[in-house]
Write a protein that binds this ligand. Sequence first.
Ligand SMILES: Cc1cc2nc3c(=O)[nH]c(=O)nc-3n(C[C@H](O)[C@H](O)[C@H](O)COP(=O)(O)O)c2cc1C
Length: 229
Amino acid sequence: MPVTDPHSVTAALHQRRSIRKFTGQPVDQALLRDIFAAAQRAPSGGNLQPWQATVLTGAPWAAVKDAVAARLAMGREGYQPEYDIYPKGLTDPWETRRFGVGEGLYAALGIPREDKAGRLAQFVENYRGFGAPVMLFLHCSRIMGPPQWSDMGMWLQSVMLLLVEAGLASCPQECWAMYGKTVRETLALGDDQILFTGLAIGYADEDAAVNQWPVPRVGLDEVIDWQGF
Ligand SMILES: Cc1cc2nc3c(=O)[nH]c(=O)nc-3n(C[C@H](O)[C@H](O)[C@H](O)COP(=O)(O)O)c2cc1C
């Protein structure tokens, strides 16, 4: 669908991308409040509105980064996965898509496969929120199941599109779920909550190569099965 109206949902969908380098420019809390108020219009099965979010800046955000950095320093011993981020034994076509996005990212940054330290350093940027001044942690009650997790996704995309409309950028980051317990403890969330994902929020560094490479999508034939048309 051609983007004729720059203020359309279509335009916002095309403009949104995962931003992995932010400027240090702070984000106005009132603007975020408006965005979350609008995102409350997201649909949810039974109108449960299961999403809950903790939004951080300044010292509380620094505290999460510090706490998770200490776990990272422990290597694999430090992992505290909240859930399997990907299914075990992911097969094609999904594994190829997943591999492709990683390769696209590292190619944009000129980090070859042999440069393990370079790739790791870029990955660790995740745990600094790519320099974002605001971090949103999206969580819900642990009793919720797949339908409610899908509701969280609809809320998340609503927030991301509204951020685009406001001139802001974001990166969803489920990598934080690798250290879920530490994140939850630092946020004073009980074990009755499960952490789904982080969302780094801020203003994009438009010049950064990491924010400019194309992230392709598969063709409609791979995902839509038309019947009766
Ligand atoms: C729930 C969710 C979690 C994600 N977690 C991460 C993450 O931890 N780190 C990261 O760099 N990108 C993460 N991404 C971004 C995806 O890689 C990205 O959405 C996908 O490659 C499509 O690219 P685009 O968002 O730029 O269009 C996540 C995306 C979603 C929706």
